[in-house]
Design a protein around this ligand. Structure first.
Ligand SMILES: [Zn+2]
Ligand SMILES: [Zn+2]
Length: 153
């Protein structure tokens, strides 16, 4: 299953790159594989991804990491988030159910949630304003339990 998905994405990536007169080079493939092997619920910045790749994959430049990430976002293979941390964060989108995020403004911890009632209400709100939703992104900011108990101590 996993293998099929990866090859499917590779095919898509190849097509995408071909449109731009680019090839699915080894570095790009290494980057895509690294992202797809990421654990569900892992959120990472481009710099963090590059740091990880630097140790294992030689010859992968930072610019290639950034460009490949953008391609994967365009292709909806990767989702891009602004968690208010001064840089963009990314997560694998394929084989993942929709979810929203809670962000700790103190330690930066990210917690995922899904709430059927919120999902439903969004549809109602959009419909009432004549909108047809294409996507949404909920971000709730605050202090996580760990940071809250540290404060009290
Ligand atoms: Zn997430
Ligand atoms: Zn925290």
């Amino acid at each position: 299953m996993k293998k099929d998905l990866t090859s499917e994405i590779k095919t898509e990536l190849k097509e995408r790159l071909h449109d731009k007169d680019l090839k699915l080079t080894h570095p790009r493939e290494v980057i895509a594989e690294k992202i797809l092997s990421a654990k569900a619920g892992e959120h990472f910045s481009a710099d963090e991804l590059w740091e990880k790749l630097r140790k294992t994959a030689k010859g992968v430049s930072k610019a290639t990491v950034y460009r490949t990430l953008n391609l994967l976002v365009e292709k909806k293979i990767v989702e891009e988030h602004d968690f208010g941390k001064g840089q963009k964060y990314y997560e694998r989108m394929v084989e993942r159910p929709h979810h929203d995020h809670l962000i700790c403004v103190q330690c930066g911890r990210i917690v995922e949630f899904e709430n059927a009632e919120i999902e439903r209400l969004q549809e109602v709100i959009a419909r009432e304003s004549g909108f047809k939703l294409s996507y949404h992104s909920h971000k709730l900011f605050g202090a996580c339990p760990r940071c809250r108990s540290r404060r009290q101590a």
